[in-house]
Design a protein around this ligand. Structure first.
Ligand code: PGA
Length: 255
């Protein structure tokens, strides 16, 4: 089963709206028409509207970095799936380890967001991954299994094809320490097996599983050549047009 590679940029809390528009203009100029790789950029909320305008007519999709599960109401400081859809967002990162760690997000809360995103026809990029202590304690697969099963509770087979999973070992995020290809492929294959159990072979074969954690042009070709690594969720290297474009090129070559 061949899956189109997906390269997603997670800009985190970087770039004001003018800087975001400038960066995305560079991406559109070089990669706005290519269709070999699916490309998604996830700027901060404040830049979504400006970036959406720049992306008009381009083959680059827009994602948000988080959302609230409710449609609207008294949730000061929050943003709903419907608001994101109104800005033409197509994807949303959910359950990033920084949200789990710094904002106390639980699997149950992330699950509500996943269900709400799917209902609003936003594609969740559900992030899972173990900490260094969990890896050293041989808990990696157990942690990932719990995060996937709890995060996807109640997702139907029909909805599941819309999912994107990002395996991001917490110890590799922003640290320059990348998982070895063997470590990453082992977890990706395990996740694929879980998805087969949850949704059946054919649906599981369509779900993209991204690797995230210090992915950059120098290590991407080897990671992207693995059978179950279908792309990357890129933090640091997505903040400059040059490195992000090189990652798109690497994904195109690995297809
Ligand atoms: P990094 O971040 O590429 O800077 O390690 C990845 C992520 O957190 O999504």
């Amino acid at each position: 089963m061949s899956r189109k590679k997906l390269i997603a940029g997670n800009w985190k809390m970087n770039k004001n709206s003018a800087e975001a528009v400038a960066l995305v203009a560079e991406l559109v100029a070089v990669a706005g028409k290519q269709t070999d790789v699916e490309v998604v950029v996830c700027p901060p909320f404040t830049a979504l509207e400006g970036v959406a305008a720049k992306l008009e007519g381009a083959e680059i999709r827009l994602g948000a970095q988080n959302m609230h599960p409710e449609k609207s109401g008294a949730y000061t400081g929050e943003i709903s799936a419907e608001m994101l859809r109104a800005l033409h967002a197509t994807h949303v990162i959910l359950g990033h380890s920084e949200r789990r760690t710094y904002f106390g997000e639980t699997d149950a809360f992330i699950n509500k967001k996943t269900l709400a995103a799917l209902k609003a026809e936003l594609r969740p990029i559900l992030c899972v991954g173990e900490t260094l202590a969990e890896r050293e304690g041989n808990q990696t697969l157990k942690v990932v299994q719990t995060q996937i099963e709890a995060g996807l509770d109640g997702v139907t087979k029909e909805q599941a094809a819309q999912l994107v999973i990002a395996y991001e070992p917490v110890w590799a995020i922003g640290t320059g320490k990348v998982a070895t290809t063997a470590q990453a492929q082992e977890v990706h294959a395990f996740i694929r097996g879980l998805l087969v159990r949850l949704f059946g072979e054919s649906v599981a074969g369509k779900i993209r599983i991204l690797y995230g954690g210090s992915m950059k042009p120098s290590n991407a070709p080897e990671l992207l050549a693995q059978p179950d690594i279908d792309g990357g969720l890129i933090g640091g290297a997505s903040l400059e047009a040059r490195s992000f474009l090189e990652l798109i090129t690497a994904a195109a070559a690995a297809k």
